[in-house]
Design a protein around this ligand. Structure first.
Ligand code: ZN
Length: 87
């Protein structure tokens, strides 16, 4: 998997029920460009704050292990338990 594919998958899992602002839970979101590693940026029209695909996720800032986490998120999306996930 390449990095772009990872972010695609991450978005699929994270925004499964639509993109929501992590600050105020509004869904009045507009896309606000990509950064250099394909991370999508968003702008919330309600609280006027920016966020991106990784905002408020545990691995925020540690791009090294992104692939591992994306796979984990993907498996979580399949409703596997934590024990199954750890394996
Ligand atoms: Zn907001």
């Amino acid at each position: 998997m390449d990095e772009a594919k990872c972010y695609e998958m991450l978005r699929e899992v994270r925004w499964k029920e639509g993109i929501k602002c992590p600050h105020c839970e509004s869904d009045a979101i507009i896309k606000n460009g990509h950064d250099e590693v394909h991370r999508q940026r968003y702008y919330c029209q309600d609280c006027e704050r920016n966020f991106d695909d990784l905002t408020d996720i545990v691995f925020s800032g540690s791009n090294k292990s992104l692939k591992v986490w994306v796979v984990a998120l993907y498996l979580m999306g399949l409703n596997l338990s934590n024990t199954q996930l750890a394996k």
